[in-house]
Ligand binder design. Structure first.
Ligand code: ZN
Length: 208
């Protein structure tokens, strides 16, 4: 378990979408654990179903699980029934595995509009630093994007399904700690900043 968070010290929330991956996610969890750090994983229902032991491990080691839909459809294009299925199914799957349903959601492709904000019954968590890891597949580029841009309260977007992202995480976690940052979950950062996350609101950072 992580030592207590100091609310007066700078902090960063690393976030990982589209997993868990049976190959890369356990290695990312190893790195976080080794460095006494935690992160938030916005998982897909389809992938969660296939990797229950990884989900349980995330929770056991102090990480947070968020909802990233059941099968990664564009949520702005769905009927109400389809939207409910995409949002509620992962809640059930994740609760069955870990005992706790997520309290935060990240919409797919970062798409959001007023109508969707009204229909999503959870705080919506986007990001302030996009590593574009899915496109570059380049560990140096991912590492530099984070280290050159990061500041207190940033939310960093990555995907725990690429080898290049894992290699970047291996270097960026100790580098951020060396710079004095605590690596925390979304809920931990909200708590430390005195932010009450509200359903239907979009959060892209938690700057002091
Ligand atoms: Zn995604």
């Amino acid at each position: 378990m992580k030592t207590r968070i100091d609310p007066d010290k700078p902090m960063i929330a690393l976030t990982f979408d589209d997993g868990p991956s049976s190959i890369y996610t356990p290695a990312i969890l190893d790195i976080l654990k080794k460095h006494n750090s935690s992160a938030t994983f916005f998982v897909l229902g389809t992938e969660a179903e296939q990797n229950p032991e990884i989900l349980q491990r995330m929770v056991n080691e102090g990480n947070e699980i968020g909802n990233h839909s059941y099968s990664h459809l564009n949520l702005t294009l769905l009927s109400d029934a389809e939207l409910t299925y995409q949002i509620e199914t992962p809640q059930v799957i994740i609760k069955e595995i870990t005992g706790q349903a997520p309290s935060i959601l990240r919409s797919t492709y970062g798409t959001i509009n007023d109508e969707l904000m009204q229909k999503i019954p959870f705080p919506i968590i986007h990001w302030s630093i996009d590593t574009v890891d899915w496109q570059s597949r380049n560990a140096d580029f991912i590492y530099n994007t984070i280290v050159e841009n990061v500041k207190d309260g940033d939310i960093v977007l990555m995907h725990d399904i690429y080898e290049s992202t894992l290699e970047a995480v291996r270097r960026v976690v100790p580098a951020l700690i060396d710079k004095g940052y605590q690596l925390v979950t979304i809920s931990e950062m909200a708590d430390a900043r005195g932010i009450t996350l509200q359903p239907g609101n979009v959060y892209r950072n938690m700057y002091p």
